[in-house]
Design a protein around this ligand. Structure first.
Ligand SMILES: NC(=O)c1ccc[n+]([C@@H]2O[C@H](COP(=O)([O-])OP(=O)(O)OC[C@H]3O[C@@H](n4cnc5c(N)ncnc54)[C@H](OP(=O)(O)O)[C@@H]3O)[C@@H](O)[C@H]2O)c1
Length: 276
């Protein structure tokens, strides 16, 4: 989807990758609704990017609906939902804080599912929409200390594959970004947990991974949306791993080609969903 004048609802907008995404999207002429909890940072970012600050804690049950309503009230129907808010949980499952488990699954998986569910009817009615999820290579190959985080990201990647299958035959698009380590405070925190840090150090030493700049990651995601790509995987050297892990989903998608989906059938019945 070309992004000029499109309304993009971006979650996790004030974070390392989120603020790079906001800058890249603003550079393409998108109109931005920016979601995070910290209001001061959010208002500063809104000022810099010409966007609208929509504060909210996405782990709370009512927030996906309230941020969507506030975004639509400010800028009209949402064209792109970009799920970027996420939190790592850094501990072995035997020791991990129970509340941290709950919060990570709520933010990384439940909130994107609920927000997507709420945004889709309007997108289908208007025959235009793009759902984007910032997932992680930790959802492909998980490291020690990242079992909870990896599980939430694997769930997010899988959910986007299911949504893509449901939207076949409609003009709506889904992009999943599977990113490796990005130069960020999140990776700094991961570096403080010895087993996880050692695993990343080895992967970097063996050149299986390399650390991405936030701007490079954001630019890859935005370009993938503009080109309607289903996947963006960075660093490129790790892309084959993600493609192999996603192979069963790709295979099933190919098998299902030609089988109408309920969502596409409903869009055709409404006489609207197949408009570009
Ligand atoms: N950093 C990496 O190496 C890396 C690699 C692969 C994938 N990713 C994924 O990329 C995304 C962004 O990562 P990042 O490093 O940029 O993270 P970050 O700097 O920690 O930013 C997280 C963003 O989410 C917001 N947020 C946190 N908790 C929230 C909540 N409960 N409700 C609403 N917003 C909340 C934060 O703002 P507030 O705290 O003000 O709410 C912030 O804007 C995440 O999904 C992450 O899993 C990161």
């Amino acid at each position: 989807m070309l992004l000029r004048d499109r309304h993009v609802l971006l979650t996790g907008a004030t974070g390392t990758i989120g603020s790079a995404l906001a800058a890249a999207l603003a550079g393409r002429g998108a109109r931005l609704s920016l979601v995070a909890r910290g209001e001061e940072a959010l208002h500063g970012l809104a000022h810099r990017t010409g966007g609208v600050a929509v504060p909210g804690d996405l782990t709370l049950a009512d927030t996906p609906a309230s941020v969507l309503a506030a975004a639509e009230a400010a800028l009209g129907p949402v064209d792109v939902v970009l799920h970027n808010a996420g939190v790592e949980v850094l501990d072995e499952l035997a020791d991990v804080d129970l509340e941290a488990v709950r919060q990570a699954v709520l933010l990384n998986l439940v909130a994107p599912l609920v927000l997507t569910r709420l945004a889709l009817p309007s997108m289908l009615r208007r025959g235009r929409g793009h759902v984007v999820a910032v997932s992680s290579l930790a959802g492909v190959a998980t490291f020690p200390g990242l079992a909870v985080y990896g599980a939430s990201k694997a769930g997010l990647t899988h959910a986007m594959a299911g949504l893509r299958a449901e939207l076949r035959g409609t003009p709506l698009r889904v992009t999943t970004a599977e990113l490796g380590p990005v130069d960020s405070p999140m990776m700094g925190r991961i570096g403080t947990h010895p087993p996880t840090a050692a695993a990343f150090a080895r992967a970097l030493r063996l050149h299986v991974l390399r650390t991405l700049d936030p701007e490079e990651a954001a630019s890859a995601v935005v370009t993938a949306v503009e080109r309607d790509r289903p996947h963006v995987r960075r660093p490129r050297r790790a892309a084959p791993l993600a493609a192999v892990a996603g192979a069963p989903r790709t295979l099933v998608r190919a098998v299902l080609t030609g089988i109408p989906t309920a969502t596409a059938a409903r869009a055709v019945d409404d006489g609207q969903g197949l408009r570009r």
